[in-house]
Design a protein around this ligand. Structure first.
Ligand code: NAD
Ligand code: UD1
Length: 339
């Protein structure tokens, strides 16, 4: 299939493109580079063994720009990663988040339907479950209250996509609810490149390991969890990437609307991850306990059985590989793509 990949220069998109090529697909990338650099695509080309990844520096809110891309190529489906994703920033700048994520997706969908491409895989998040009603979380678990505008955009976009599919059954929509993607390509050539102080746990740990930050702050040790720290379902980004390739099968069998959790089904606490990182790398991570972070929940992990049953997809990498590869990327690229 020929796939339009929005946000393809970013963390998850770049890893997914490699897996798409491996499976025999081709891609065209659209990205405004607001949170990424062209260097990632240069390295992706290297890893995929192609000369160049077809790329347009277009914003998904730019109707004319997108139109030109869609006039120049024929697409079988779109994998839609483009969006702003920093939870804290979304609380400060709600308008920017709603405008970029929601308006951007509306423009994309409109241009897609004008070009008769009505197949889309959307990057959603476990955040739509809010404080989950059941653990492990199945896709039937009711959606919950999102504590921030970023999460709201994911939840609202899920509703928008479902309404559009209901009104026009020619659409096939796959909603992938990611749990906590970490790690990097095993080559260490591509990985997560957060700007400024990392918000998420693993990039913070790797920056402590590489000497850029003095110690990790652990946000709360009084949760109702085995060691009191938050429990999450960390998933290797390469496994997440292969999940998108498998999700194309749902598109091919004209699924209408399908929702899948992409997680491992295992919950690890913050301190479990610190310990796993130390044993995978031999590096000690100093940490101190801080106050809880507003909006955080105690426990969040998936039941990923539906994706295995219907797509034949299952995460292959364990916590050790996730830590090893995250470190391998950080160690080789202490300044991310800037170096
Ligand atoms: P990322 O920031 O690395 O990638 C997103 C890409 O989209 C960036 O390259 C950015 O430049 C681009 N982009 C943003 N707005 C755009 C616009 N208006 N037009 C064109 N390009 C635009 O983030 P990621 O971690 O790779 O996440 C990819 C998707 O998955 C996002 O939608 C994110 O919300 C979602 N998601 C991520 C996580 C996670 O933990 N990383 C978890 C759940 C869901
Ligand atoms: C966060 C977002 C979620 C988003 C996901 C993407 C919030 C409330 N949720 O999930 O919407 O989809 O990122 O990756 O921000 N922690 C520390 N110290 C740190 C950083 C994190 O102790 O410096 C803890 C957190 O309190 C949490 C766990 O580590 O218990 C994981 O945090 P993080 O990596 O930010 O992911 P989530 O909060 O699960």
């Amino acid at each position: 299939m020929n796939i339009l990949v929005t946000g393809g220069a970013g963390f998850i998109g770049s890893h997914t493109i490699i897996e798409l090529y491996k499976a025999g697909h081709t891609v065209v990338v659209v990205d405004n580079l607001s949170n990424s650099s062209k260097e990632s695509l240069r390295r992706v080309a290297e890893l995929a063994g192609v000369e160049k990844i077809p790329f347009y520096p277009v914003d998904i809110r730019d109707r004319e720009g997108l139109n030109k891309v869609m006039e120049s190529h024929t697409f079988d489906a779109c994998i839609h990663f483009a969006g702003l994703k920093a939870v804290g920033e979304s609380v400060e700048k709600p308008w920017e988040y709603y405008e970029n994520n929601i308006n951007g997706t509306l423009v994309l969908l409109d241009v897609m339907r004008k070009h008769n491409c009505k197949n889309i895989i959307f990057s959603s998040s476990a955040t739509v479950y809010g404080d989950p009603a059941v653990i492990p979380i199945t896709e039937e678990c009711p959606k919950g209250h999102c504590t921030n505008p970023y999460g709201q955009t994911k939840s609202m976009l899920e509703e928008i996509l479902m309404d559009i599919q209901k009104a026009d059954p020619e659409w096939n929509v796959v909603l992938l609810r990611y749990f906590n993607p970490i790690g990097a390509h095993p080559s260490g050539r591509i990985g997560e490149d957060p700007q400024g102080i990392p918000n998420n746990l693993m990039p913070y740990i790797t920056q402590v390991a590489v000497g850029k930050r003095a110690e990790l702050g652990v946000f709360g040790n009084d949760y109702d969890t085995p060691d009191g720290t938050g429990v999450r379902d960390f998933i290797h980004v390469v496994d997440l990437a292969t999940g998108h390739v498998k999700a194309l099968q749902a598109i091919q069998r004209q699924c209408g609307i399908s929702i899948y959790n992409l997680g491992t089904g295992h919950g690890y606490s913050v301190l479990d991850l610190v310990k796993a990182f130390q044993s995978a790398t031999g590096i000690t991570i100093p940490y101190s306990i801080k106050a809880r972070r507003p909006g955080d929940i105690a426990t969040c992990y998936s039941n990923p059985a539906k994706a295995e049953r219907e797509l034949g997809w299952k995460a292959q990498n364990g916590i050790n590989e996730m830590c090893r590869d995250a470190w391998n990327w950080q160690r080789q690229n202490p300044e991310g793509y800037k170096a």
